[in-house]
Design a protein around this ligand. Structure first.
Ligand code: GLN
Length: 537
């Protein structure tokens, strides 16, 4: 049983400063020093989870092994730490209130008025300490979403104040991440926004222990001194976070600035073991010095917002490094694709990935893209909806099943090659009711997927409602689209391939959620390799 210590990360001045990356980088350094660490994200919005949010609003919805639909920061945590997260690692205000209101209905507070303090703050405290109470972690890092001063973050900030006081000095500390902007007209870095942000935090009773300052220019000694003086910290507690060329270099930058040792000292933990970032830096080395370049088309309907496909683009970085290849992504909007313009829009690509998605918008364009890659022997990876589109394309254009479709898009289709499982048919609630989380899949030995994974039993994460309709399986197999991966419990088709094509794979699951820096996903690695081979042809 470990005596868990807590590090809270708050943000000030503006959003998008990269709290998630700072938290993940700190966690990486602590992990490399031999500490067991996990990271948690508290999100101040009222949705129970981001599963019902449009990606335009919130970026990608990430999925954990235990089937939680979470904030995309959890993806960064897993990619950096190489250990899985779970439902406990992401909590929203909606979930907190739901738990408290359920208790109220049960009568747990009988006779009492239920209030933000103490009932909501107690629930938040409980959710923070769930991870610590497992006894598995030396350190739990909790990132508070939003910016200090937001109305909706107030209960979280108040909870941090209470916990910091209750757990005591060396057991709970606060990192405050702020912006130190450079004013070109004045030729100077400005500390005032940080001073104000810290003042705001202090009004809530919290004195930050460490300041991490996002900046475009190096902090001078006098700026550091000024920040320390005005913000109640020591000069060595002012950490510069300069813009990095890649997020994967931030652990190195934080180490140079001494963030990890400052934190360990404050937590009264040993700094004797230095972090070894050997494997990590080997990856960086490959990432920064590729021998080849391939261009892969990412066909999706949210391509204006790259964050909507965060895990996919990061998986390409990991798989690119593994192949010593720079993967250039061409973002292609599925909505504008037609039979006529596909040859032009896909021209010169070495591979095509058709992305996950929901609803009808853009699907005909995805189908046209699949057709082009199938007919022109271009390596293809279809993920979730992308796999479903490959099935529909084959049904329409090879099997001759006119108007074949998924019942998600057309409930009246004469050929429902993608349809709902029995278990899904009576579900009416949208939130948290898809097939979610990790499921087993057995692979055919004679397949591209087996060549990639090199094992016959895999487990991958899912997030979808519709499935390959097994009533058509024989017809597909006979015509050359085969199921090379099947769920051993339910017999559902999880992977389809075209053995007559150089590399054509569609997966019902999301491999991108499991790719990490130290474990690039085998399917992405194989796909990038196939793209490189195609280029060399
Ligand atoms: N909309 C499809 C389904 O629900 C695919 C979902 C996805 O791509 N994640 O089955």
């Amino acid at each position: 049983m470990k005596n868990t210590k807590y590090v809270f990360v708050t943000g000030g001045v503006t959003s998008s400063l990269g709290k998630g990356i700072i938290a993940a980088s700190l966690a990486k350094l602590l992990q490399e020093r031999g500490y067991s660490v996990t990271i948690q994200k508290l999100d101040p919005y009222i949705n129970i989870d981001p599963g019902t949010l449009n990606p335009y609003e919130h970026g990608e919805c990430y999925v954990t092994n235990d089937g939680a639909e979470t904030d995309l920061d959890l993806g960064h945590y897993e990619r950096f730490l190489n250990i899985p997260t779970s439902q406990a690692n992401n909590v929203t205000t909606g979930r907190i209130y739901q738990a408290v209101i359920n208790k109220e209905r049960r009568g747990d507070f009988l006779g009492k008025t239920v209030q933000v303090i103490p009932h909501i703050t107690d629930e938040i405290k409980h959710r923070i300490q769930i991870l610590g109470n497992t006894g598995d972690f030396d350190i739990v890092i909790t990132e508070i979403g939003g910016t200090v001063g937001d109305i909706e973050s107030l209960p979280y900030i108040e909870t941090v104040r209470q916990l910091k006081w209750q757990l005591g000095e060396n057991n709970a500390i606060v990192i405050h991440l702020t912006l130190v902007p450079y004013l070109a007209a004045a030729g100077e870095l400005k500390t005032k926004p940080t001073q104000h942000s810290v003042k705001m935090l202090m009004q809530s009773g919290i004195n930050p222990d460490v300041l991490v300052c996002r900046t475009e220019r190096h902090l001078t000694d006098s700026i550091r001194r000024k920040l320390a003086l005005f913000c109640n910290v020591q000069k060595e507690d002012v950490i510069e976070s300069i813009d990095a060329d890649t997020i994967y270099n931030v652990p190195n930058l934080m180490f140079k600035e001494g963030l990890d040792s400052v934190i360990l000292k404050k937590l009264n933990l040993s700094t004797d073991t230095k972090p070894s970032l050997n494997a990590w830096n080997q990856f960086l080395q490959h990432h920064k010095n590729p021998k080849h370049t391939v261009e892969i088309g990412l066909i999706g309907k949210y391509v204006e917002l790259h964050d909507a496909y965060k895990s996919i683009s990061e998986s390409f970085i990991h798989a690119g490094a593994a192949n010593e290849v720079n993967v250039k992504i061409r973002w292609i909007h599925s909505e504008g694709l037609t039979e006529k313009n596909v040859p032009e829009k896909l021209k010169g690509l070495h591979g095509v990935l058709v992305a996950p998605g929901f609803g009808e918008r853009g699907i005909e364009g995805k189908i046209e893209a699949v057709r082009y890659t199938r007919e022109h022997n271009i390596p293809f990876l279809g993920i979730c909806l992308g796999m479903q589109m490959a099935v529909i394309e084959f049904a329409r254009n090879v099997l001759g099943l006119e108007n074949a479709n998924s019942t998600e898009m057309n409930s009246e289709t004469p050929f429902p090659v993608i349809s709902l499982m029995e278990a899904q048919k009576n579900i009416t609630n949208k939130g948290g009711t898809m097939r979610l989380g990790a499921w087993d899949c057995t692979l055919e030995k004679n397949s591209h997927v087996f060549d990639a994974y090199k094992e016959t039993l895999i487990s991958e994460r899912h997030r979808h409602r519709y499935e390959f309709n097994n009533e058509y399986l024989q017809q597909f197999t006979a015509a050359g689209l085969v199921a090379t991966g099947v769920n051993p419990q339910t017999n559902l088709v999880e992977i389809i391939e075209l053995p007559d094509h150089p590399w054509f794979v569609g997966v019902q699951y999301h491999p991108e959620y499991k790719s990490t820096v130290l474990n690039p996903h085998p399917l992405f690695v194989a796909f990038v390799k196939a793209c490189l081979a195609h280029k060399k042809e």
